[in-house]
Ligand binder design. Structure first.
Ligand SMILES: NC(=O)c1ccc[n+]([C@@H]2O[C@H](COP(=O)([O-])OP(=O)(O)OC[C@H]3O[C@@H](n4cnc5c(N)ncnc54)[C@H](OP(=O)(O)O)[C@@H]3O)[C@@H](O)[C@H]2O)c1
Length: 290
C-alpha cells in the first residue's frame, strides 16, 4: 500500500529535503507550508488533517529561532508545544502515525558522554522548553508517534544554517572567531531525510539520530573551510580563532555538551550514521553543483 503522507514545514531546510525525497520515491503526499497551515491557528491544523486524512504525518514545522525565542516565548510555545496537542488529537481520531522532529536542546548539557533517550530532560532555554512541551503533548494525546531528536542540523535548503553562514563570512573576512566550548554532532539533512523517509512505521517512541562523531562549533568551522577550499569555493578566510561561550554572549543559553547517543536507532534499524565530516563534504559538493 502506498500510504498517504502529510508533510508540515515544507519550506524549512529539513522539510524541503524530505519533500524532494518523497517526490523521488513516488510517494503519495501533500506538503504544506506556513501559508497553507499556520501552527498558531488550531483550526488550520484540524482542517489539514481532517481534509487529507493521511496515514502518516511528518512534522518539520517549528519555531527554530533559538535566541529570538527568549523574547517570543508565547509564539515558540504555541508553535512547538500547543500545536502538537492539536496535531496529536487529530491524528488519534484517524489513527494516523506522527513523525515529529525534536532537539538535543531538551538536555541541559551537564553530561560528558552521549545522551541516551532515557536520560533526564532539563532544557536551559525557551526554545528547548517549547520543544519539550511538544514531545510531552504528543505522548499525552496520541499513541502512534515517533519523536526523533536530532542536533546541529544543516543542509542546502532553507533560510540559513551554520554551514551557510560560515561560507558567507568566509568570503567576506580573513579572520573569524568561533565558539570552541560547545560540543555536539552536526547532522546533514540529507542523512536525516533518508532516515525519516525510509523509516518503518513499526518504529515508535523516542529515538536519537545525528551524524556520528563529535565537534565543537570551532571544529565544524575549520572543517567547513578545509572542505570548501578543496572544492574551490571562493574564500578569503585565513584564520579561525577559537573562543569561549563567555566571549560570545547570546540571548539563549546553550548546552555545553549535547551529543546524542544513536545506539538505540542504530541497533533497531541496523544502521551506522555516516560521520559528520563525510556528510559535510557531500553537502558542500551539492551546494557547489547547484
Ligand atoms: N536546525 C537545527 O539545528 C535543529 C537542531 C535540532 C532539531 N531541529 C528540529 O528539526 C526540525 C526541522 O528544523 P529545520 O532546521 O528544518 O528548521 P527551519 O529550516 O527553520 O524550518 C522550520 C519550518 O517551520 C515552519 N514554521 C515556522 N513557524 C511556523 C508556523 N507558525 N506555522 C507553520 N509552520 C511554521 C517554517 O516556515 P517558514 O519557511 O515560512 O518560516 C519552516 O518551514 C524542527 O523541529 C527543529 O526544531 C533543528
Amino acid at each position: 500500500m502506498n500510504s498517504s503522507i502529510l508533510l508540515f514545514g515544507s519550506t524549512g531546510q529539513l522539510g524541503q529535503e524530505i519533500e524532494q525525497k518523497l517526490e523521488l520515491m513516488g510517494k503519495n503526499f501533500l506538503a504544506l507550508n506556513r501559508d497553507r497551515c499556520n501552527f498558531t491557528q488550531p483550526d488550520c491544523i484540524q482542517d489539514a488533517v481532517m481534509t487529507y486524512k493521511p496515514h502518516i504525518i511528518i512534522n518539520c514545522a517549528a519555531y527554530t529561532a533559538v535566541d529570538k525565542a527568549e523574547s517570543e516565548k508565547n509564539i515558540a510555545n504555541t508553535v512547538n508545544g500547543k500545536a502538537l496537542k492539536i496535531l496529536a488529537k487529530e491524528a488519534e481520531k484517524i489513527n494516523a502515525f506522527i513523525v515529529h522532529i525534536s532537539t538535543d536542546y531538551v538536555f541541559d548539557g551537564s553530561k560528558n558522554i552521549p545522551y541516551l533517550e532515557s536520560d533526564r530532560v532539563n532544557p536551559i532555554n525557551s526554545y528547548g522548553r517549547s520543544k519539550l512541551m511538544g514531545e510531552q503533548e504528543l505522548k499525552e494525546y496520541c499513541n502512534r508517534f515517533l519523536i526523533l531528536r536530532t542536533s546541529w542540523v544543516y543542509g542546502i535548503y532553507g533560510k540559513g544554517n551554520f554551514v551557510k553562514t560560515m561560507l558567507r563570512l568566509g568570503t567576506e573576512r580573513k579572520e573569524i572567531r568561533v565558539v570552541a566550548d560547545q560540543i555536539g554532532s552536526p547532522t546533514w539533512t540529507g542523512d536525516l531525510g533518508n532516515i525519516i523517509t525510509q523509516m518503518p512505521p513499526s518504529l515508535t517512541g523516542t529515538y536519537h539520530y545525528s551524524n556520528s562523531g563529535v565537534a565543537s562549533w570551532y571544529d565544524l568551522a575549520v572543517a567547513i573551510f578545509e572542505e570548501a577550499k578543496s572544492l574551490n569555493f571562493p574564500l578569503k578566510i585565513e584564520k579561525v580563532i577559537p573562543i569561549t561561550t563567555a566571549e560570545y554572549p547570546t540571548a539563549a543559553k546553550r548546552p555545553a555538551y549535547s551529543v546524542l547517543s544513536c545506539r538505540k536507532i542504530s541497533s533497531t534499524l541496523n544502521i551506522i550514521p555516516p560521520h559528520w565530516r563525510e556528510s559535510l563534504r557531500k553537502m558542500l559538493q551539492q551546494l557547489r553543483e547547484n
